[in-house]
Design a protein. Structure first.
Length: 406
């Protein structure tokens, strides 16, 4: 028989209204709340970061490949589409997709208003599945096999600014020599919540950009390269740099939008500080619980010592008790934390201001490895900490311990 475990179980089954029972409940609650907060915090953090990155990648890409030029405007230096890199990119295991696009600055004019825009010309290789998450009205562009398509997709912000409705025809003025104007039809409206995109970009046909720039059909402004895993950004960039032509350059998305990625990195640091504080509080609460438990059980400690039990056996009794409290707290913490995440994930009950946070609700992402690590870290850390107060057992003398007995 395992004597420490047997005595520990008997103590737990004792129905008592003592102060210890109240303190134990506080200990279970502190662990449960702490773990629930950590699970929810990581769910929100990972979900928020993933949502922002998905929005960036829906209108941009992980890596852009373009011609080396000193030009800093939206007017791009032409480059051929059918290069060795474009034709053979599927041989690179890190690359998911490559598409040829071209930007062209212009003025969009409705019947009442006028605004500067950038037409992002896309072709048949455009990844509409990635972009479709932003499409709130209408449909994607239908391409023409003989000429350019006169259909465009504008942002909700531009639509409101110029008072444009779906299926309405508007004029696009291209400021060049000589100036050109084209009538286009709005077939879709998108919204990303990212001001950099929503206030500037209009999705159009790459053939229209080629026509306005007098490029041939094998010419684009740049490539957009999508990776299978964002974590491979740096090594993939090095590989692509070796595969493209010598007169081309690459630009990583972290360099295109440094402020956003610096902000996301800052979120990581803040959440780590919060989690450390939560674990510290939970550890101190458990130390307090065991100290109270041992002080109230001082007569029992004295009797066990008088009967020949050594200090290690007596310490194990309280460690088993502490482990039970920890496991109860972890169980309740998982139920509360994952329950709250499930409610937010499916019902989106907590909204956000998209102008400040770029999304309209608090996002939740599931990462079971992190949830497992949080559970193990909580159990092991608190279990390691609660061995400290049990050292007081070795300092208790039999006579002094028995004095507490009524």
């Amino acid at each position: 028989m395992n004597l420490p475990r047997f005595i520990s179980q008997r103590i737990q089954k004792t129905k008592s209204e003592s102060f210890t029972s109240t303190v134990v409940k506080v200990g279970v609650a502190s662990i449960a709340i702490g773990l629930a907060v950590m699970i929810v915090s990581f769910g929100i953090l990972i979900g928020y970061k993933q949502s922002i990155k998905d929005k960036l990648f829906s209108l941009s890409s992980h890596i852009q490949v373009s011609k080396i030029t000193l030009n800093q405007s939206y007017e791009e230096t032409p480059m051929p589409i059918k290069t060795n890199f474009y034709n053979n990119y599927r041989q690179n295991s890190k690359i998911r997709h490559v598409q040829a696009v071209g930007n062209k600055a212009g003025m969009l004019k409705s019947s009442e208003e006028l605004a500067g825009i950038v037409i992002k010309g896309v072709g048949h290789d455009y990844d509409w599945q990635t972009f479709s998450e932003n499409l709130i009205e209408g449909r994607r562009i239908n391409f023409s096999d003989t000429s350019f398509s006169n259909e465009i997709i504008i942002s909700k912000r531009i639509a409101q600014q110029l008072k444009i409705k779906l299926s309405e025809e508007v004029l696009v003025y291209f400021v060049q020599n000589p100036p050109r104007v084209r009538k286009v039809k709005v077939v879709g409206i998108y919204e990303t919540g990212l001001e950099e995109f929503d206030k500037n970009f209009v999705i159009g046909d790459l053939a229209l950009v080629q026509k306005m720039n007098e490029w041939d059909t094998n010419t684009c402004g740049h490539y957009e390269v999508f990776l299978k895993n964002f974590d491979d950004l740096t090594p993939a960039a090095s590989q692509i740099l070796n595969e493209i032509d010598s007169d081309m350059k690459i630009t990583k998305i972290t360099d295109m939008f440094p402020a956003i990625f610096d902000w996301l990195s800052l979120l990581d640091k803040n959440i780590i500080i919060v989690l450390v504080l939560i674990l510290v509080v939970a550890c101190f609460n458990m130390i307090s619980v065991l100290l109270v438990m041992m002080m109230e059980r001082s007569p029992m400690i004295g009797i066990l010592k008088a009967l020949g039990s050594d200090n290690i056996q007596i310490r194990k009794i309280f460690i088993f008790n502490g482990l039970t409290i920890i496991l109860k707290g972890v169980l309740y913490g998982n139920l509360i934390g994952m329950g709250l995440c499930i409610i937010q994930y499916y019902f989106k009950v907590i909204p956000l201001d998209p102008e400040n946070y770029y999304i309209s609700y608090v996002p939740i992402a599931w990462n079971w490895l992190i949830i497992l690590v949080l559970n193990l870290a909580t159990i092991l850390l608190i279990l390691a900490v609660i061995t400290i107060p049990t050292l007081i057992v070795s300092r208790m003398r039999v006579v002094e311990a028995l004095k507490f007995k009524e």
